[in-house]
Design a protein around this ligand. Sequence first.
Ligand code: ACO
Length: 323
Amino acid sequence: MRRSVLVGCGSYLPDRLVTNFDLEKILDTSNDWIVERSGIHQRYFAAEGQLTSDLATHAAERALHAAGLRGGDVDLVVLATATPDQTFPATATKVQARLGMTRGAAFDIQAVCSGFIYALAVANNFIRTGQADVAVVIGAETFSRILDWQDRTTAVLFGDGAGAVVLKGVKGHGDISDRGVLSTHLHSDGRHGHLLYVDGGPSSSKQVGHLRMSGREVFRHAVVNLAEVVTETLTANGLTAADIDWVVPHQANRRILDGTAKKLGIDPAKMVVTVDQHANTSAASVPLALTAAVRDGRIKTGDLVLLEAMGGGFTWGAGLVRM
Ligand code: ACO
């Protein structure tokens, strides 16, 4: 049984820190409202001219450094983003060039906030089937570019950033003790596209467009869908919530994290939370949170880590990884 072992992770946040108090100056909002409704205290925005590929490249370089590998060792780049540099080429190919990688394949995945879980699933399948040996899986976003500053209900919730992991094909025993990605579970339901979308794009409009979200509806679906996919993941692996060492969820809203943990009986102390510091960075949020918890020593080699996310589409999914 070939497994994709997570041999390194890394992340990057742009320099520009924007607090809720900064937003109070440009929007009819308050720090108290944002903290109470979302748990967010601050976010980072990319500088003018700083692109998703720039954030992604920094995160990928840091992940490769942590893995003790170089760009030339990589034969697959899968980059999840809903805010690519351009309509084409894929942002992943720009990252590929900057990593000094000239072989293999690089492409983007679009599943909005679930993008990293989708990218992890795709890269894991490439490795398990022997089509790749070393993959860099990236989530990178510049959501600040698609926010509508006339819409206080969405503008306060998002930030920019990137995170990456390096996966390496290694022979395992085929049981739960193996290091690596143990399973992934993906879902989508296109009937709900109108609840979370961007009102632009090359085929439908002359504009890039802005993010539109029916927050309350998304919230309601998120707690149900995330609880279901986490239960599916535990069942598929013959586990209960008590067996999981850490949950690294998509960081959209503190209340969604608390609601999901409560519904599943997960100890809140096992949830990695960064939404207060980074806000919602869409596809970047899971690898940003994972890297934070690895870097500060909470997540250690051998730990069972459950990753989960839900985003526009709707798309949602989960992955179980033994570090
Ligand atoms: N500041 C002050 N007041 C505000 C703000 C703001 N920034 N935004 C809204 N309000 C007001 C509203 O106008 C409303 O006022 P009213 O009662 O007088 O009409 C009141 O606050 C309540 O607004 P709601 O939208 O009902 O607030 P809610 O408690 O639902 O919180 C939120 C909104 C934070 C968006 C929440 O619904 C949420 O987090 N939803 C889920 C988002 C999510 O999970 N997204 C994940 C996927 S993201 C992706 O895929 C890109």
